[in-house]
Write a protein of this length. Structure first.
Length: 371
């Protein structure tokens, strides 16, 4: 029996679903392969890569829960004739709200997609995939489909939040995770432009803690990253999609000290499944990167933290790259289960593999989501 049938579900902590639907015109309900056929040779394919995410592949691959992003791009980094971008906070707010509205419409109209904002909704998704409240490593599962895919909302770059106190409104509308920066925002220094945590950013962190919002430190500059980890008084910290700096030595990724601090907060780090972030000397050929490179990243987090409790998947699929830029053995999101297979082959214990594939992310959500 394939390992994909042995997991209750798999969690992916970073997918730009709304961005791809609204700005690339991709129908999430369509299979990734159908989207590829429609886009072959098109500007979309050149700009966004070969599509890897579709609802059919998620269901067949048992990716039953994901963190769906609200991501808006600053005009300073906009590609020529690219998707809409913002020049000020009000434009960012309008674009961000449009993405939040998309997720709410999608989950209202599509019976097999469910917005997850509280424990009851999380439990409903888990139960639909045959997972009890306390996960066991593996479960023999019936293959009847379709099952619902749960979506937890994550804001990537906080400029759509007009002012810190507006967190209350976003929270009421379903937002549960906030990353203060993508590139530098009004709140914090980001990956490319750098900078520190701002006074407004400290106020944002304070309101996030008040509402039990999860802090996502991915994309913070290293300076802002350590300042945020020190300043944030909330209980829940993650890096939704970041790799160890040791093997991906840019400001985009996490030094060992940051990995240790996230683990001390009972947080989880999602490994990005992008060849350029998996092998620093990547030449651009898909076949030059394999799942062994993914395992190297996972194992490094385990070695630094002393356990398998603080690492998971945060693929960032279709986040500016496609199937041409992911490891040799992978084609679409349906293939996530192969990561678990290789971990087992490399000597990881089954219960540790289960934690990496879904259990660690569920632990964070069970602590953070309201009743």
């Amino acid at each position: 029996m394939s390992l994909v049938a042995r997991y209750a579900l798999i969690v992916d902590a970073h997918l730009d679903i709304a961005y791809n639907v609204l700005y690339a015109g991709r129908d999430y309900r369509r299979s990734a392969h159908a989207t590829r056929r429609r886009e072959r040779g098109s500007q979309n394919e050149r700009r966004f890569g070969q599509c890897t995410v579709g609802l059919p592949e998620m269901v067949r691959g048992r990716v039953g829960l994901c963190f769906g992003t609200i991501f808006v791009e600053p005009f300073s980094r906009r590609m020529n004739d690219g998707p809409p971008a913002y020049r000020d906070a009000h434009e960012a707010h309008r674009l961000g709200m449009a993405q939040l509205d998309f997720y709410r419409r999608l989950t209202d109209e599509e019976p097999h997609v469910m917005l997850v904002t509280n424990q009851s909704e999380l439990n409903a998704v888990c139960a639909a995939w045959g997972l009890a409240s306390s996960p066991s490593p593996f479960r023999g599962m019936a293959t009847r489909a379709p099952h619902p895919v749960g979506v937890v909302l994550l804001m990537e770059g906080a400029d759509p939040i007009l002012e810190p106190k507006e967190i209350e409104r976003w929270y009421e509308l379903g937002l549960r995770i906030v990353a203060p920066a993508w590139d530098t925002t009004r709140y914090a220094g980001g990956t490319w432009s750098g900078g520190r945590l701002t006074k407004l950013g400290r106020a944002l962190l304070s309101v996030m803690a008040e509402y039990n919002v999860i802090l996502d430190v991915s994309h913070l500059s290293h300076e802002a990253l350590f300042e945020a980890l020190d300043a944030f008084e909330g209980q829940h910290v993650i890096a939704s999609h970041s790799n160890p700096y040791r093997y991906a030595p840019t400001a985009r990724h996490l030094p060992d000290k940051a990995i240790e601090l996230i683990a001390e907060r009972q947080g989880v780090i999602g490994i990005v499944i992008y060849n350029r972030f998996l092998k620093k000397e990547w030449s651009g050929r898909k076949h030059d990167v394999t799942l062994d490179d993914v395992v190297r990243m996972i194992d490094h987090v385990c070695q630094v933290t002393g356990s398998a409790d603080h690492v998971g998947i945060g693929s960032d699929y279709d986040g500016g790259f496609g199937a041409e830029a992911i490891p040799r053995e992978l084609d679409t999101i349906r293939d996530h289960y192969k990561i678990g297979e290789v971990l087992l082959e490399r000597g990881f214990e089954p219960q540790h593999v289960a934690s990496i594939m879904y259990g660690n992310w569920l632990r964070v959500l069970r602590r953070a989501l309201p009743a």
